[in-house]
Write a new protein. Structure first.
Length: 285
């Protein structure tokens, strides 16, 4: 019996190395181009405004960077809503307990940071328990669907179609339709909206795309709160899909590497069948 664990470890490491090489190939050149463009824009600015020296410009850029890291958008004006109004705070609370953590906004006061620690300490287990129950509910619906399709008279085609309908419905509700809304409200392309959707629901949360942060747009008050609710249900659905995928992968590996040698078993069976039956010896008592 061959253990599949070392093969899984090697496959996991290979997958990480493959991802690193592809990301480097796709992104490094774009980063270099962006850096060159940034340096060129700074040079043009210094040439157009000779009263500003390079050191003063670098200091101003540093101020902008520090403001951005603290969640302050430099484009924000006096009419823009606060980063910590109730809607934004509700959305932030959701990103804390779900461990998404976009990184574009965080507490800046010591009291807020300490509260965030204890809030996450109790909130993350509460969120996991909630998602677990929500996932059980979705899984129960899936089991009910499987039992229905396994009834007599339901052939394999019907079973496949029923499972496909279940997965397709979730995909449409959580991955396909939301990017259309985000594209309309945020002004993103569909690809950017789809990228944000998956990165959010998988709790990767890079923070390069976050809803409701454009200071030049007017958002309805419930927009981010409704987005937070969508995130919670989407997390449960995608976690169920990930769990099913992980189970299928494990079963595939076990089937492939733990599969008994049927040829030996069949050979032994044939050999026993070919041997004549031995006479029984009666031992008198």
């Amino acid at each position: 019996r061959i253990s599949w664990t070392p093969l899984l470890v090697l496959g996991y490491l290979f997958y990480l190395l493959l991802g690193a090489m592809v990301f480097q190939l796709l992104e490094k050149q774009a980063e270099t181009h962006s850096w060159d463009q940034f340096q060129l824009e700074k040079l043009k600015f210094l040439q157009n405004y000779t009263c500003v020296d390079r050191q003063a410009l670098e200091q101003f850029v540093q101020v902008l960077m520090e403001a951005w890291e603290k969640g302050v958008n430099p484009e924000r004006n006096s009419t823009s809503p606060s980063n910590w109004d109730f809607s934004n705070s509700f959305f932030f609370a959701g990103t804390v307990v779900t461990t998404i953590g976009y990184g574009n906004r965080s507490p800046s006061t010591v009291a807020g940071q300490v509260f965030c620690v204890f809030y996450a300490l109790f909130g993350v287990p509460l969120n996991l328990a909630f998602l677990n129950q929500l996932g059980k509910g979705l899984n129960a619906r899936l089991i009910t669907l499987e039992r229905w399709v396994q009834k007599p008279g339901h052939d394999q085609v019907v079973q496949t179609l029923a499972v496909a309908v279940f997965l397709t419905t979730g995909t449409l509700l959580f991955l396909v339709f939301p990017p259309l809304v985000f594209s309309y409200v945020e002004g993103w392309s569909y690809g950017e909206g789809f990228y944000f959707t998956f990165i959010t629901l998988s709790t990767i949360g890079f923070g390069d795309y976050v809803v409701g942060t454009n200071p030049n747009k007017h958002y309805i008050p419930l927009y981010r709160s409704l987005t937070a609710i969508w995130i919670v249900f989407g997390l449960a659905w995608l976690a169920l899909v990930f769990n099913v995928g992980a189970e299928l992968m494990e079963k595939f590996l076990q089937l492939k590497w733990h599969k008994p040698d049927l040829s030996l078993a069949e050979g032994a069976t044939t050999k026993l069948e070919d041997e004549p039956e031995q006479p029984r010896v009666h031992i008198p008592t």
